[in-house]
Design a protein around this ligand. Structure first.
Ligand SMILES: [Zn+2]
Length: 98
């Protein structure tokens, strides 16, 4: 009876870690797919290798924010995210691209 409870407890712990592992694994696979399909990748147009997704004007590099470093670490540094800002004066676009 006592042994049985220990085994049950161990099994629950195992299930717990297994589900965490599965969750992280699935998250990692989703990140790899995102990289493969070019999620947040620099937009290339005829005359610009890094164009604004809104207006196709060139983007300017700006310093990363604290939250960017958190995002970079949360995505296991798969993406080399850099923060950019649109050079156009209208609808200011700002965000991360790699
Ligand atoms: Zn723009």
């Amino acid at each position: 009876m006592y042994n049985c409870m220990i085994i049950k407890c161990l099994k629950m712990q195992f299930d717990f870690f297994l589900s965490i592992f599965l969750f992280v694994f699935i998250y990692f696979v989703i990140l790899l797919i995102a990289k493969k399909i070019g999620w947040k990748k620099k937009k290339v147009v005829e005359n610009c290798s890094n164009a604004c997704p809104k207006c196709n004007q060139s983007l300017n590099r700006i310093p990363r924010k604290k939250v960017d470093h958190i995002i970079i670490n949360l995505t296991f540094r798969i993406f080399e995210f850099k923060r950019y800002k649109c050079s156009g004066s209208e609808n200011d676009w700002e965000g991360l691209r790699w």
